[in-house]
Design a protein around this ligand. Structure first.
Ligand SMILES: NC(=O)c1ccc[n+]([C@@H]2O[C@H](COP(=O)([O-])OP(=O)(O)OC[C@H]3O[C@@H](n4cnc5c(N)ncnc54)[C@H](O)[C@@H]3O)[C@@H](O)[C@H]2O)c1
Length: 254
């Protein structure tokens, strides 16, 4: 076990069945957290719980759509009910979809825009709202939402995704300020390109467009994402809220 920063803590990782969420869930569990994965992919969620168990780590999963508020509220209640400490300490929201890529706005349908917004923005709103509602009971919590460099800079060919990620940055600023005098922090991370299944499914020309803009001339690694994420949601990170942390190999120096 690494430094056990999350001993006796209860954590939820959305999108934890794959990609960034999976490594964040693994790192939190390896540092002592009681982790529950929220995901819509039954097969991947069960496989990830199995992989963690093989590595001697315990995680549970709830199959839940993060944009369905009733389902999210019920799943959070179930997490707290089976937790050892009877509370919710950490929520990391990784669930999202990429939506249309290599597609100019003139070719994006309203349905595609709505679907991307529903999961990426409404889902993040629902998770943040329900997480804080529960965390308020103990006046402590860490909420971390995944934005993207696309939300800061706008990726050509990805207007729905870029818009929703800009929305996540604004949401975190508002919610962070609203709870700044409590023990609850709300932050985001804006990564550039990290090699995950989401990126593997994107048109290689679109990936090249994004990677060419990174001064370090490489993708970020999953370990780099997990390291920053777990610091932000640790008790140590007590003077940061409403902020979107950069993870872009020098692309965004603001
Ligand atoms: N990979 C990158 O390069 C990159 C860059 C910037 C930002 N991000 C952001 O980081 C986060 C994680 O990305 P990733 O690359 O690991 O993605 P991924 O596609 O590998 O994993 C996303 C997970 O979310 C789940 N999911 C999708 N819709 C859901 C819903 N409605 N409810 C519950 N679960 C749902 C999927 O089943 C999947 O397990 C996302 O918010 C993404 O936008 C990723």
């Amino acid at each position: 076990m690494q430094d056990a920063r999350f001993t006796d803590q209860t954590a939820i990782v959305t999108g934890g069945a794959d990609g960034i969420g999976k490594v964040v869930a693994t790192r939190l569990a390896s540092e002592g957290a009681q982790v529950t994965i929220f995901d819509i992919s039954v097969a991947n969620a069960e496989a990830t719980v199995g992989e963690l168990a093989e590595g001697g780590l315990r995680a549970d999963c709830e199959i839940v759509d993060i944009a369905d508020e009733e389902a999210v509220a019920a799943a959070i209640e179930a997490v707290v009910a089976r937790s050892a400490n009877g509370r919710l300490d950490v929520v990391v929201n990784c669930a999202a979809i990429v939506g249309p890529t290599s597609t100019p706005i003139t070719k994006v349908s309203v349905e595609e825009f709505e679907r991307t917004s529903r999961i990426n923005l409404l889902g993040t709103f629902v998770m943040t709202k329900q997480a804080i509602t529960t965390m308020q009971l103990n006046d402590y919590g860490r909420v971390l939402n995944f934005a993207s460099i696309a939300g800061k800079e706008g990726n050509a060919g990805m207007s729905p995704y870029s818009s929703t990620k800009a929305g996540v940055i604004g949401l975190v600023k508002s919610a962070g300020k609203e709870f700044a005098e409590s023990g609850i922090t709300v932050n985001a991370i804006a990564p550039a390109v990290i090699l995950t299944p989401m990126v593997e499914g994107v048109d290689p020309a679109q990936v090249k467009y994004m990677t060419d803009k990174i001064p370090m001339r490489r993708c970020g690694t999953l370990e780099e994402v997990a390291a920053l994420s777990c610091w932000i949601v640790s008790p140590e990170a007590s003077f940061c809220t409403g902020f979107t942390f950069d993870l872009s190999g020098g692309r965004a120096v603001y």
